[in-house]
Design a protein. Sequence first.
Length: 243
Amino acid sequence: MIRPGLIFKGLINLIYPLYCQTCGLKLELTNTRYLCESCWNKISKNQPPFCIKCGMVLPGSVEEKPQCGGCSKKDYAFTQAWSTGLYQGILKECIHLLKYNKKVFMAAPLGKLMTDFMNRYLDFGNIDLIIPVPLHPARLREREFNQSALLAEQIGKRFNIPLSLNNLVKTRPTKPQTGLSGKERLANIQLAFKIKNSSLFPEKNVLLVDDVFTTGSTINECSTALLQSGINNIYVLTLARAN
């Protein structure tokens, strides 16, 4: 028996054919990735060994507790970070489709990349709360959605972990981080986040979610604000890693 939902989807597809969002190949009705198999398989997914602090993929032969050279010179506020893939190729295109072209339906397959990564490599059983990196209200009105919140919702739904969407806030507008140097990024984002109600977070282990990790300035500023509320551990998961 053909399900009514599939019939409806088929009728819609006759009017608005479902195509791969990156190469344009026509897709089957049952495709929920919005990418063809070939494009989906071209996404470069990160695999261990990871730096025990920032999650950068390290060479295959490393010591038992590996750390990248950059983290040996930095003092990040978060406990540990990971990224599901590299910010290049198909994954970069998909992030741009979601973030700049308002194709919010891409949050579902991109969120699945993140939950698959968590299933494979993370111990998410000790995570009490998921917090997306917030946008400033003016940017949120302009964009109409927070891409990090959409990704966080996919993770929360998959693992039944509650979200905190309005307690970590961005208090001032900042320039886009793209194109800024490491020092400029740090200065641009410094003291841009705060906690509205710190009583909600004591002794919690949280997962901070963002779309792209570049220098780590944004997630570190968020983590610094969160630590002031008595949080135990801040784990970070981003969809992509830019360096």
